[in-house]
Design a protein around this ligand. Structure first.
Ligand code: UD1
Length: 434
């Protein structure tokens, strides 16, 4: 299993480029199921979750072109024949977002078999709201042997109100609605930019959608969709992680190829924490040191609030801020797995239910630590960048699920970070997270 070896202490200086958003690319790839024509996606990040989704689509009979060997940032998917509309447990268990194929499969083929996702490191990840919505659209759903089987000759437009805001739930049902008979109105939808990205692709494929990016989405179902070419938007979580990397190391870092508009909550919080931020252009954000880092509370919320996917990284920053920061996690029930590892590096953090109290600034010292999920791994890298000495991060495969060439990008702006591979170690089962 690969490890990262990180020597802390270097301020990060220079420009770092953001890849395409994994959480946009995943639903956009699933959207290819909705048409017999080819879908070409550009700016796909080269991360493990994308490889998993390619495998998933190929296992159903799709023809997936990976792009050139040395540049897999675009992919063409053809779902002309879907001989086996099944998402098998072997794939679903490694990536929860596999449930995104449920809606498009039923809409296109009239039938889907998708393994039920189990629990995961950051808490229960139910898909009851996806099921409820599809039933309301006329699908019959049976659960047995760990699989969920959905059938419908043609889905019918419906009025759906989400009991709780769900990102992939909104995306899954949006993909179901575009081929349904009649109008679907979806209320209490997720407003994340990834939903807007998906809606833009679907619109380019001929779907009729209004209101994506707001909490009410209206869809007029169409009989069929056609091929399209679409460029995935930048990854706001990767961008936010780099902003914190610049801030925590007291560096002067420009995060390029990002969308500052999608980073508003993160930028506002960093400014509150004493970080100086400029927006030098429409697709870049520069972070440079203020006088000192100050404690500032966060409370994770759905977009446009502070993202849960940035909570762990923010906590690393809070360990270096002067004062007490309260960090409240509202989206997932068990998303503090990084806390104990940060404490082992010298952080002063106490957890009580869904709130972590961070007292800073703490002098962090390098240690051997274990990554537990994707964003927790990022938090540990950030802490190691300022820790005294050489840290070793184990299980970086979590990181590889969602960050493209993370260590190379950080190295290019001055971080001392190396990947050490151990080709003889058996791969451990990979628990899933976001
Ligand atoms: C997506 C993101 C993930 C991010 C999360 C919240 C992808 C691939 N992943 O995950 O990075 O952390 O949004 O921003 O886009 N819930 C239910 N029933 C459901 C569905 C969800 O109760 O049917 C609950 C979940 O348990 C959770 C909350 O709703 O407490 C939000 O989850 P959701 O928005 O669905 O997360 P994902 O879409 O899985």
């Amino acid at each position: 299993m690969d490890k990262f070896v990180i020597r802390g202490g270097n301020p990060l200086v220079g420009t770092i480029r953001v890849s395409g958003a994994k959480n946009s690319a995943l639903p956009c790839m699933a959207a290819a199921i909705l048409t017999e024509d080819e879908i070409t996606l550009e700016n796909i990040p080269q991360v493990r979750d994308i490889e998993t989704e390619r495998k998933l689509l190929a296992s159903m009979g799709a023809v997936v072109d990976l792009g050139a060997e040395n540049d897999r940032h675009h992919t063409t998917i053809s779902c002309r024949t879907l001989s086996d509309p099944v998402a098998k447990y072997e794939i679903v268990k490694t990536m929860r977002a596999s449930s995104l194929v449920l809606g498009p499969l039923v809409a296109r083929t009239g039938m889907a078999r998708v393994a039920m996702p189990g629990g995961c490191a950051i808490g229960g990840r139910p898909i009851d709201l996806h099921i409820k919505g599809l039933e309301k659209m006329g699908a019959t759903i049976v659960q047995e042997h760990g699989y969920l089987e959905a059938r419908a000759s043609r889905l019918k437009g419906a009025h759906l109100v989400f009991d709780k805001i769900t990102v992939t739930g909104t995306e899954d049902l949006l993909m179901a609605a575009v081929l349904a008979d009649g109008e679907t109105v979806m209320e209490n939808c997720a407003r994340e930019p990834e939903v807007t990205d998906l809606a833009a692709l679907l619109t380019a494929m001929g779907a009729r959608i209004e209101g994506a990016g707001t909490s009410t989405i209206r869809v007029q179902g169409v009989a069929s969709l056609h091929g399209a070419r679409y460029r995935i938007n930048p990854d706001r979580i990767e961008a936010g992680t780099f902003l914190i990397a610049g801030a925590i190391t007291g560096g002067d870092l420009t995060v390029a190829d990002c969308n500052p508009d999608h980073l508003r909550a993160i930028i506002a919080k960093l400014e509150e924490a004493g970080v100086r931020i400029d927006i030098p252009g429409p697709d870049s954000v520069r972070v440079h040191p203020g006088e000192r880092l100050l404690a500032a509370d966060i409370s994770t919320e759905e977009y446009p609030g502070f993202p849960t996917d940035m909570q762990a990284q923010y906590m690393a920053l809070a360990t270096q801020a002067d004062g007490v920061s309260l960090i409240k996690e509202n989206i997932f029930e068990n998303r503090f797995m990084h806390v104990q590892e940060l404490v082992r590096m010298g952080a002063n953090i106490k957890v009580d239910g869904r709130t972590a109290t961070v007292r800073g600034p703490a002098k962090l010292s390098a240690a051997a630590v274990m990554c537990s999920d994707l964003r927790a791994s990022a938090s540990l890298v950030l802490a190691a960048l300022v820790a005294d000495g050489e840290s070793i991060l184990d299980r970086v495969y979590h990181m590889d699920r969602g960050y493209e060439r993370f260590e190379e990008k950080l190295r290019s702006v001055g971080a001392e970070i190396q990947r050490m591979g151990n080709v003889f170690a058996p791969r451990e089962p990979q628990p899933v997270a976001d």
